[in-house]
Design a protein around this ligand. Structure first.
Ligand SMILES: Cc1ncc(COP(=O)(O)O)c(C=O)c1O
Length: 436
């Protein structure tokens, strides 16, 4: 499928929340790294499930059968999203909860003195579940971050991985500063000593197609609310590694992947929405490849959460095209944002330049103002950005900003426009020159 341009107006029209106003200003959502907005079709899928199919699983009646079907469809959708098989896809409350379940399961086969390698760049959701195993005598080593680029120190990484290493856990991309890590390299390094590789793809999943085969990792986790879906966590487990995993589970729970890590009743309505979030990205790809235009979903019944088989056959290639269109839309906006930020007196940007291997998420500080003051000033003008450490607590400590309010974070999403970037920069200029 050829790379096409994203029709931002058609894309925006899918998101009802974008029409909100704050103090008379149109809302501009630059808070995507904390969670994106949701298209109408995802909302319809969630409510459609609750209206028509609400039930528990494995019953011999209509709503229960539809629930089983809804979950099975979502596994297929996420398999297309991550480039794996449906039986390698598990759902959970969120990434953090799934990662704690994963680390506890792996820990059952660890001995005191076994080692785990994590990184200083990561969200705490891919550090603390591993650090918690120190109470079992496991040694956890954290890879240093090179400053000022905020990239992983590969020499330090290679030094820390040794024959005692059992797990290497790292992020695909930093949710604080946007650095994209060489996860394939890290995966090969882990496997060279017989360790498992666990990748946190929560931040990268909005910006690039995940391909677990190409990455070569054993487990990969993401969260649908970061890519237009509801609050549902998703885990890929490579079949043989997943098979060996000794998860904590109740007796009647299916002991096979992908069910063995899914404790209790899942968030069925959220899972119905996951399928539509994936289909939305696939349809972005299809619309872009056919020259923008209307979305293929426009002429379908929007509350039918079950997948149309005819359209699901080529979904993986449409998802990849969707991400290419997303990237081609986000890049120029991000360049404009970075150029603008660099030109504002008193702004310090943390991390790589705009054209490096990074996501369109930038963190910065403005001299003389705390990040909370900046975010509050923008928020009053309808511009939504995050401030703080975004749970990338260790990185923010390493930057020496933990007791200074952290950072201001701006993330570009496919529904953002050049006009919104301009408004954001104008407000920052105003603030930098004494406004607020
Ligand atoms: C990079 C990264 N990893 C993990 C998480 C945690 O995800 P969840 O909220 O699904 O537990 C986040 C959430 O912000 C994140 O950005």
């Amino acid at each position: 499928m050829s790379v096409g341009l994203l029709d931002v107006a058609a894309c925006r029209a899918q998101f009802p929340s974008l029409t909100q106003r704050v103090n008379g200003y149109p809302a501009a959502f630059f808070d995507g790294p904390g969670g994106t907005q949701v298209p109408q079709r995802v909302i319809d899928a969630v409510s459609g499930y609750l209206r028509r199919s609400n039930s528990n699983t494995h019953g011999l009646f209509k709503t229960s059968r539809e629930t089983d079907e809804t979950i099975a469809e979502a596994r297929k959708a996420m398999a297309d999203f991550m480039g794996c098989s449906a039986d390698e896809v598990s759902f959970g409350a969120n990434m953090t909860t799934l990662n704690f379940a994963l680390s506890r399961a792996i820990a059952r086969d660890l001995e005191p003195g076994d080692e785990i390698v994590i990184t200083d760049l990561d969200h705490e959701a891919n550090r603390d579940p591993w650090l918690a195993l120190e109470e079992k005598g496991v040694v956890v080593r954290s890879v240093a971050v090179k400053m000022p680029d905020c990239t992983l120190d590969h020499d330090d990484f290679a030094r820390k991985v040794n024959e005692k290493t059992r797990v290497v856990a790292l992020g695909y991309a930093s949710n604080a500063v946007g650095t994209i890590n060489d996860v394939k390299w890290a995966s090969e390094l882990a496997h060279s000593v017989g360790a498992l590789c666990v990748v946190d793809a929560v931040h990268s999943a909005l910006h690039a197609a995940v391909d677990v085969g190409a990455v070569g990792c054993d487990f990969l986790l993401c969260s649908a609310y970061k890519f237009f879906g509801p609050h549902v966590g998703v885990m890929y487990g490579r079949r043989d590694a997943f098979q060996r995993l000794r998860t904590y589970k109740v007796k009647p729970q299916d002991p096979e992947p992908p069910f063995k890590i899914e404790t209790g009743t899942l968030n069925h309505e959220g899972i119905a929405g996951v399928t539509e979030a994936v289909n939305f990205i696939a349809d972005l790809g299809e619309a872009a490849a056919s020259g923008g235009g209307s979305f293929p979903c426009d002429d379908r019944r929007s509350d039918d959460h079950r997948t149309d088989d005819r359209r699901s056959s080529d979904r993986r290639s449409r998802i990849v095209a969707g991400f290419e269109a997303i990237e081609s839309h986000e890049r120029p906006l991000f360049r404009e944002l970075m150029d603008g930020l660099r030109s504002i007196h008193g702004v310090t940007i943390f991390g790589l330049p705009a054209d490096a291997r990074r996501t369109p998420t930038v963190s910065f500080r403005l001299e003389g103002k705390s990040p909370a003051q900046v975010a509050g000033y923008l928020g009053e003008r309808g511009i939504f950005v995050w401030d703080g450490d975004f749970y990338a607590t260790t990185l923010v400590e390493r930057l020496g900003l933990a007791d200074k309010g952290g950072l201001v974070r701006v993330g570009i999403a496919p529904y953002n426009t050049m006009e919104e970037v301009g408004r954001l920069l104008d407000c920052l200029r105003e603030l930098a020159s004494g406004g607020g």
